[in-house]
Design a protein around this ligand. Structure first.
Ligand code: RIB
Length: 306
């Protein structure tokens, strides 16, 4: 019997966030707003995003034996995410230093801390969870991500890979993912091709298909999302919103997409739902506090589609 629908194997970070009118130049000091400590980390954000869309979710990863670790675990529990596969590590909890500018764009520096110690053995300990979907990102060691994808395939689970933060990847990992979901920057780095619009995103996504990818979904911010597979190319528009903070908008998309796939939505409808999750997340400040519930997304979509 499955113990969860979705298993997220990835990072947990305490986000230390300051709003500032703009990003500082190298060597420059500028004044910002108050400091906020907010639960984040791409893995944990995607876990909460899927749970708020109604999926049963477990998270596998590492936090330190410190107050930030307690804070992150407590927030996951409050969002009904199973934390029994999160180890307490001797290293500090992962931290992200974030500046959000007046346009809601962010600039992030990560300190991996305990995330850097997520191991093959940690992944293997999750074998009794029996999920149907595994979500992976790149804020834990890449060999562990590859091992997790192999583990997923050996256990009959589908894999969604969010190749973020941007880096190059081995073809072995690309081949194991059922869905790869990069943004424009990540797709560009993965393929070495310039991605600046829908046409160049399609060309770069097709280059990933040639390396063995099955389905590529490129998130294009205000330009929506592009689904590219060997049988179809679909562009799905997104919703116009007033951006407050884009932090975790991509994570909201991925969690929302995973939950929609599990509910049996057609690919295009799942992407439309994911777009609504991402758009709503960008209307609120912070990572996990900004992630919408299923009711919020359904109300938003029905109002926008009238
Ligand atoms: O995707 C947003 C996340 O990236 C933030 O929450 C921060 O922790 C970094 O991991």
């Amino acid at each position: 019997m499955p113990k969860c629908d979705v298993l997220v194997i990835g990072s947990l970070n305490a986000d230390l966030v300051v709003r500032a009118p703009r990003f500082p130049q190298p060597g420059e000091t500028i004044s910002g707003d108050d400091l906020h400590t907010i639960p984040g980390g791409k893995g944990a954000n995607q876990a909460v995003a899927a749970a708020r869309q109604g999926a049963s979710v477990a998270m596998l990863g590492r936090v330190g034996k410190d107050n930030f670790g307690d804070f992150l675990l407590e927030n996951l529990k409050q969002n009904q995410v199973d934390v029994s596969n999160i180890q307490r590590d001797d290293a500090s909890t992962g931290t992200a230093i974030i500046v959000v500018d007046a346009n809601g764009q962010n600039s992030i520096v990560l300190s991996a801390g305990a995330n850097g110690h997520v191991s093959f053995a940690d992944v293997d300990r999750g074998s009794d969870l029996n999920p149907s979907l595994i979500l992976l990102q790149l804020e834990i060691p890449t060999p562990t991500v590859l091992h997790a994808a192999q583990f997923a395939k050996a256990n009959g689970a589908r894999v969604i890979l969010n190749p973020a933060p941007a880096q190059t990847l081995p073809d072995d990992l690309i081949r194991l993912a059922d869905f790869i979901i990069p943004n424009e920057t990540e797709l560009s780095l993965l393929t070495g091709l310039e991605v600046k619009d829908i046409a160049s995103a399609e060309a770069a996504a097709k280059a990933l298909l040639k390396r063995g990818a099955e389905n590529v979904i490129v998130t294009l911010g205000s330009k929506g999302a592009l689904v590219v597979s060997n049988t179809q190319v679909i562009h799905v528009d997104t919703y116009k919103i007033d951006v407050v903070d884009t932090t975790a908008a991509g994570d909201a998309f991925i969690g929302g997409f995973a939950a929609s796939l599990l509910r049996g939505l057609e690919l295009k409808d799942a992407v439309r739902h994911a777009n609504a999750c991402g758009a709503l997340a960008a209307t609120k400040f912070g990572a996990q506090p900004s992630l919408p519930t299923k009711d919020e997304v359904e109300t938003f979509m029905s109002l926008r589609e009238q």
